[in-house]
Design a protein around this ligand. Structure first.
Ligand code: PMP
Length: 365
């Protein structure tokens, strides 16, 4: 073995348990595949791909379609392999050794992870115990650390909370560097920071095709930001990073926005049903503007980890956040199909009931 870079030695990779179960509600994907007409249209265009040629390096048609969707200029759109690669490209260009990146925890772990991989120093602001972000904490972090890049995730992952617009405006007022608003789940929420993007503002908003667009398998994401910033990202990203098939799939997906909006409506309705049912089960349920719900198992017969295991035993997989910092006894469930959600809720009720039965019988201490 040869030693890895000193600053990488303490880092761990990204983990999400992959268990063979009937109901998988652990990675915030869409529960439905894309419409059949979309898949047929992709297959038809893919059959005409010039396989022996490199793809359009600038992904012009795809970027134009995205720009059209959001009413911005094509020069303000950057696309990559999932929003993770978008974030990585931003951090390669604007973080790196000697620079500071700020996050407000708990939040999406990859922001800090990728920042550290670029060699940047990460400073962590703290959210309140209800996971809201106090403006005074924003002020403190910015004043103390003057970060080159600062992240907000709205709706936040894993908490589900939507960040108020004032918080983004506050950051734009105070931050000396780039503000990144990660909107992987924005379609499920009631506002977007996209309207704040402007040529004279150091703000980027990142989006993904993995959730609303039912295309997690394709790995496609993008950002909308000032054109001068997109030009810098183009220097950093690998040539021809976005393959021809993905460019086609992304462009065609945008033609099915009505279908996708319907799905978003269904998921939001199901999310609200799940939240109400979990509250009935006396769980602490955090407000969600996303396609998932974070909840906490209150002190009692079972820990969060035991509830998670009880669900796995009933062939339902959700995300165990209970060992993550600040998330004691917390679990996160992705909204699935109505049938999957019902199966999850039944299994959850069963796990909790069997524990309280055992408790009454004096089986557990
Ligand atoms: N941002 C957030 C907040 C996420 O939750 C995720 C997916 N878990 C991503 C970005 C990455 O999405 P993708 O790379 O699939 O576009």
């Amino acid at each position: 073995m040869i030693p890895v870079r000193d600053d990488l030695r303490a880092l761990e990779g990204y983990h999400s348990a992959q268990v063979d179960v009937r109901v998988r509600l652990n990675t915030n994907e869409s529960p439905e595949p894309p419409p059949a007409a979309f898949r047929d249209a992709v297959a038809a265009e893919v059959s005409r791909v010039d396989w022996h040629r490199y793809p359009d390096r600038a992904a012009t048609e795809l970027r134009a379609a995205i720009a059209d969707t959001h009413g911005v200029d094509v020069s303000q759109v950057f696309v990559a392999n999932g929003s993770n690669e978008v974030l990585q490209t931003v951090l390669l260009a604007y973080a790196g050794p000697g620079r500071v990146v700020a996050t407000f925890e708990p939040t999406y772990q990859m922001h800090a992870q990728i920042a550290r991989v670029t060699g940047a120093t990460v400073v962590e602001g703290e959210r309140a115990s209800d996971f809201t972000l106090d403006p005074a904490e924003v002020e403190r972090v910015i004043a103390a650390h003057q970060p080159h890049v600062v992240f907000l995730t709205s709706p936040n992952n894993p908490t589900g909370l939507v960040e108020p617009a004032e918080r983004v405006r506050q950051l734009l007022d105070l931050a000396p560097g780039l503000v990144v608003v990660d909107e992987a789940y924005a379609q499920f929420a009631d506002w977007t920071a996209l309207d704040l993007v402007a040529e004279d503002r150091p703000l980027v908003v990142t989006r993904t095709f993995s959730k609303t667009w039912s295309m997690a398998g394709a790995r496609l994401g993008y950002l909308v930001g000032p054109s001068w910033l997109v030009t810098e990202l183009d220097k950093v990203v690998l040539p021809y990073h976005l393959d021809a098939v993905k460019q086609i799939a992304g462009r065609l997906a945008l033609r099915y926005s009505d279908d996708m909006n319907d799905r978003v409506d269904h998921i939001v309705a199901e999310r609200n049903r799940i939240m109400a049912a979990m509250r009935e089960l006396a769980l602490e349920v955090f407000p969600s503007g996303a396609n998932f719900v974070l909840f906490r198992v209150p002190p009692g017969a079972l820990t969060g980890r035991e509830v998670w295991q009880g669900l796995v035993d009933r062939s339902v997989l959700i995300r165990d956040c209970s060992s993550w910092p600040r998330l004691d006894n917390c679990l996160r469930v992705t909204v699935g199909t109505p049938a999957e959600n019902t199966e999850f809720l039944d299994a959850l009720a069963d796990v909790l009931a069997s524990a309280s039965n055992q408790d009454e019988m004096g089986v557990t201490q």
